[in-house]
Design a binder for this molecule. Structure first.
Ligand code: SAM
Length: 242
């Protein structure tokens, strides 16, 4: 599948509707049905989510703040945001992911709602690719999705996300550094079945350049690295707001 040669997007969609769904549902879940590599990825990913939540909460309460979670997976970010009172629009190219995220959100919100004084709203979930997302949001977040975008498609993707965001854009991606490129080549990076899709690393300067072209400025950089999980996190704001 990795070298299907056709449309990368279809390969990615099929993967996340089948074996990829099963793999990532487990990784992003809480049950102990994971091996040590998957557990490491789960822990690394959880750190990314925590960083995003704390960045977003720094600005005060999230009640009523609109957030677009592009490529939401099983709702790891969308659900805690909704629990904070944010108005979340979450979408993913994989319908299996969206169904799982919706199920988890309903459970989490119905459990939490009676306990909080906040008016919680279930995220609005949709199966769609990132390019089809419309609307305007205070914040647009897109975590660990760029890994599925070749460099020549990344610029347009970033510019589309930027056009949806009004105050803040949060992007995370596997950084293309010499170190990670070598690891990837020798196959230590994304071990096992995740090799079913191509994994694209991205140079931070190129991501930043694409943001700049769209009128956005990187305000903060974070890095999460465990043994098998690497993710650079950028928070960008409109140049005009600086
Ligand atoms: N953002 C989620 C998180 O951090 O928990 C999920 C990350 S997962 C590694 C990548 C997700 O991106 C998958 O759920 C996949 O279906 C989705 N995805 C990949 N390409 C996409 C595209 N072109 N449009 C929308 N979603 C996409």
């Amino acid at each position: 599948a990795a070298d299907a040669g056709g449309d990368d997007k279809d390969v990615v969609k099929n993967y996340f509707n089948s074996s990829g769904f099963e793999r990532w549902r487990r990784i992003y879940g809480e049950a102990d049905d994971v091996n040590s590599v998957q557990l490491d990825i789960r822990q690394g990913h959880a750190q990314t989510i925590d960083k995003v939540l704390s960045i977003l909460k720094e600005g005060g309460s999230l009640e009523g703040v609109t957030v677009c979670d592009a490529g939401c997976g099983t709702g790891s970010l969308a659900i805690p945001l909704a629990l904070e009172g944010a108005i979340v629009n979450a979408s993913d190219i994989s319908s299996a992911m969206v169904v799982e995220a919706e199920k988890k959100a309903c459970e989490a919100l119905s459990k939490a709602a009676p306990l909080t004084g906040k008016a919680l709203k279930n995220p609005q979930f949709q199966t769609q690719d990132l390019e089809s997302i419309t609307g305007k949001y205070d914040t647009v977040a897109c975590l660990d999705v760029l890994i599925h975008y070749p460099q020549d498609k990344a610029g347009a993707m970033i510019s589309h996300l930027a056009s949806l965001a009004q105050k803040r854009l949060i992007l995370s991606f596997a950084p293309k550094t010499l170190y990670y490129s070598v690891l990837k080549r020798i196959g230590e990076f994304f071990p096992g079945p995740s090799k079913a899709t191509r994994a694209y690393l991205h140079a931070e300067e190129e991501v930043e350049e694409a943001l700049k072209k769209a009128g956005w400025l990187v305000r903060r950089r974070e890095m999460t690295a465990t043994k098998f999980y690497f993710s650079r996190l950028l928070e960008a704001v409109p140049l005009s707001s600086q």
